[in-house]
Write a protein that binds this ligand. Structure first.
Ligand code: ADP
Ligand code: MG
Length: 370
C-alpha cells in the first residue's frame, strides 16, 4: 500500500520551526507536488517521510502503518535528489544494481546463476546474480539508458545522470517515490522533456510519487494535486486548476501563475455584487465578500484590451495607456498604466495580427465574474 499520510507534523531544529502542523493525505498512485519558495520546508517534509529526520511531533503513515520509529531503509521509499548522488567511480549498471544487490545479500539469498557483467576491475569481472542483472537491464531500457550501462556516470550528461538516479530508485520497486527538486540542475529544454518522461513512467507504474519543486509551472504541469507551502505551513492543497482558479490568498494567486493583485476597499455591497475602490478606480465584482478591505486578484488572461469598446457592456471598463508590449510567441503581454496602477494583460496572439505599441491609449474590459 503506497498511500502517505502526514498528520500534524511539526519539526523543530533547536529554535527554528521548519514545519508547523503540516497535514497531507496522499492517495495510492497519486502524483503529488510540494510547491513553495526556498526554505519553506519542502525538503524537511520529504526527509521526515523518508525517515532521515524524526518528527518533533505528529505522525507519518505509509499505507496504514505509522512509520515514525521505522528506520529509513525499511520504509519502502525510493528517493531521488537534486544532486543525483550517484557513485562516480561506478558505471551506470553498477549504480543501479548497487542497493538491490546489497538488499539481496542482506536477505541471505544465495544465487547460483551468476552472470558476468560490466567491466574488469583489478583483473576481475564484476558478477551479479542473473535475477538482479535482468531487473537492472529492464529498468535501464525503461529509462532508455540500456546502451549506456558500461559508462561511468561521471561521463554522462545531466539528463542521463538524472535518469540513472531515477532508475536506481525504481529498481527497488518502492511503494513511494520521493523526488526532491530532481530537475533543477537541468537546462530548460531538458527539464521539459524530463517532465514528460517522469510523468509517463509514474503513470505506467502507478507509483505514489511526491515531487518537490519551487517551480510552479513544473508542479502544475505534472501533478494530480499540489500542496503550496510557505514558512513551514501548508497554505492550500488542490488540483492545479483549483489552485489557479480559486486561490485562497494573494500569496497563492501570485505563486501559482501571474496575477494582478490590487488592494481595495468595498464601497458598495449589493445583493449580487460589490463595488471596490482601488487606487481611484471603481471595480464591480460578482464575487461576494463580507469584508471591507479586500484584495482584488485578476489573472492577466481575464482582461480584454481593446481600442473600441461597447459602452453598453455591463463589464468594468477602464481607460489606460500601454507602457510595454512584449511578444511571447503565442501570447502578447501588455503592461498597461491605469490611473496609478500597473496592470498586466495577456492576449492570445493570432499570426498576422498587429501588436499595440507603448504609448497607445486603450480600454481594459474586466468581466465582474472574474
Ligand atoms: P526547502 O526544501 O523548502 O527549501 P527546507 O526544508 O530545507 O526548505 O528548510 C526549512 C527550514 O528549516 C529552513 O529555515 C532551514 O534553514 C531549516 N533547516 C532545515 N534543515 C535544518 C537543519 N538540519 N538544521 C537547522 N535548520 C534546518
Ligand atoms: Mg529543499
Amino acid at each position: 500500500m503506497g498511500s502517505v499520510k502526514v498528520e500534524n507534523l511539526t519539526k523543530k531544529f533547536d529554535n527554528v520551526t521548519a514545519l508547523n502542523d503540516v497535514n497531507l493525505d496522499i492517495k495510492e498512485g497519486e502524483f503529488f507536488a510540494l510547491l513553495g519558495p526556498s526554505g519553506c520546508g519542502k525538503t524537511t517534509t520529504m526527509r521526515c517521510i523518508a525517515g532521515f529526520e524524526s518528527p518533533t511531533s505528529g505522525n507519518i503513515k505509509i499505507g496504514d502503518k505509522i512509520v515514525n520509529d521505522l528506520p529509513a531503509n525499511t520504509r519502502n521509499c525510493g528517493m531521488v535528489f537534486q544532486s543525483y548522488a550517484l557513485f562516480p567511480h561506478l558505471n551506470v549498471f553498477e549504480n543501479v544494481a548497487y542497493s538491490l544487490n546489497i538488499k539481496e545479500i542482506k536477505k541471505g539469498n544465495i544465487f547460483t546463476n551468476m552472470k558476468t557483467y560490466g567491466r574488469m576491475l583489478n583483473g576481475r569481472f564484476f558478477k551479479y546474480p542473473k535475477e538482479i542483472t535482468e531487473k537492472v537491464e529492464k529498468i535501464l531500457s525503461y529509462v532508455e539508458l540500456d546502451k549506456y550501462s558500461n559508462r561511468l556516470t561521471s561521463e554522462l550528461s545531466g539528463g542521463q545522470q538524472q535518469r540513472v538516479a531515477l532508475a536506481r530508485a525504481l529498481v527497488m520497486e518502492p511503494a513511494v517515490l520521493l523526488m526532491d527538486e530532481p530537475l533543477s540542475n537541468l537546462d530548460q529544454k531538458l527539464r521539459h522533456t524530463m517532465r514528460n518522461t517522469i510523468r509517463k513512467i509514474q503513470q505506467d507504474l502507478g507509483i505514489t510519487t511526491i515531487f518537490v519543486t519551487h517551480d510552479q509551472e513544473e508542479a502544475m504541469s505534472m501533478a494530480d494535486r499540489v500542496a503550496v507551502m510557505s514558512g513551514g505551513e501548508v497554505m492550500q492543497i488542490g488540483t492545479p486548476t483549483d489552485l489557479y482558479s480559486n486561490p485562497k490568498t494573494p500569496f497563492i494567486a501570485d505563486f501559482v501563475g501571474t496575477s494582478n493583485i490590487l488592494k481595495g476597499t468595498v464601497v458598495e455591497k449589493a445583493s449580487d455584487y460589490v463595488v471596490v475602490k482601488t487606487n481611484g478606480l471603481l471595480l464591480k465584482s460578482y464575487l461576494k465578500t463580507e469584508k471591507d478591505n479586500v484584495d482584488i486578484i485578476i489573472r492577466p488572461e481575464h482582461i480584454n484590451v481593446t481600442k473600441n469598446v461597447d459602452t453598453n457592456s455591463i463589464a468594468n471598463i477602464l481607460e489606460g495607456e500601454i507602457l510595454v508590449s512584449t511578444y511571447l510567441g503565442s501570447i502578447v503581454r501588455y503592461d498597461v498604466k491605469v490611473g496609478e496602477q500597473e496592470i498586466i494583460i495577456d492576449t492570445t496572439y493570432k499570426s498576422g495580427e498587429g501588436i499595440m505599441a507603448a504609448g497607445e491609449k486603450v480600454n481594459l474590459v474586466i468581466d465582474p465574474e472574474r
